[in-house]
Design a protein around this ligand. Structure first.
Ligand code: ITT
Length: 198
């Protein structure tokens, strides 16, 4: 398979992830399609990268096209790395997840609330080859209370000291410039376009 493809299926059911990635690629000649119907492969991997591959390979098999998988989440140092790969399974809704996180950190001092968003992106082929993989992070802290209306997931409780704002207080454009997903997609696009015209 050549890597000079311009169309990719994005192996996600998360509409927020899809719109962030489509926004980042709107001025490029790479088209990213969502996946139709129900898509919920079991995320049995021990790492973000393993789960990203599981999603990418499953979507590639279904569509017979190269597919991009994104597995991402929040790693909190004071919780020994939790929720980590279990970020989406930590609670049932974004609001419950954020409240649980703030409760778990109730007695943790502001200086000890370091955390990072992690995003692994993997491109897999329909025959199960891992064509590309990258893992990127965005460093921050868990805020004392939620703030902001943009973004999704843990964004309202993820505080960025250098911006003096939570991720949810940034616009999508601002978030995409610094986020784990923005950085991972930057590397992915670089790989996708390298080799074109050569
Ligand atoms: P897919 O598996 O279908 O892609 P998902 O939402 O279940 O969708 P993950 O398994 O990768 O995705 O779980 C990611 C969890 O981490 C989920 O709870 C998200 O809300 C959260 N998360 C990921 N990226 C985030 C971001 O940029 N901002 C805030 N929360 C994020």
């Amino acid at each position: 398979m050549t890597k000079n493809f311009t169309e990719l299926v994005f192996a996600t059911m998360n509409k927020n992830k899809l719109s962030e990635v489509q926004k980042m690629l709107e001025n490029s000649d790479i088209k990213v399609y969502g996946i139709e119907g129900d898509f919920n492969p079991e995320e049995t991997g021990a790492t973000f990268e393993e789960n990203a591959f599981i999603k990418a390979f499953e979507a590639a098999k279904i569509t017979n096209l190269p597919a991009l998988g994104d597995d991402s989440g929040l790693v909190v140092d004071a919780l020994d790395g939790r929720p980590g790969v279990y970020s989406s399974r930590y609670e049932q809704t974004d609001e419950k997840r954020n409240n649980k996180l703030l409760r778990e950190l109730e007695n943790v001092e502001p200086g000890d609330r370091s955390a990072r968003f992690v995003c692994s992106m993997v491109i897999a082929s329909p025959d199960g080859k891992k064509l590309f993989s990258t893992t990127e992070t965005c460093e921050g802290e868990i805020a004392l209370f939620p703030s902001g209306r943009h973004g999704f997931g843990y964004d309202p409780v993820f505080y960025l000291p250098e911006k003096n704002a939570t991720m949810a207080e940034l616009t999508m454009e601002e978030k995409n410039k610094i986020s784990h997903r923005g950085k991972a997609l930057g590397k992915t696009v670089k790989w996708l376009v390298s080799g074109r015209n050569s």
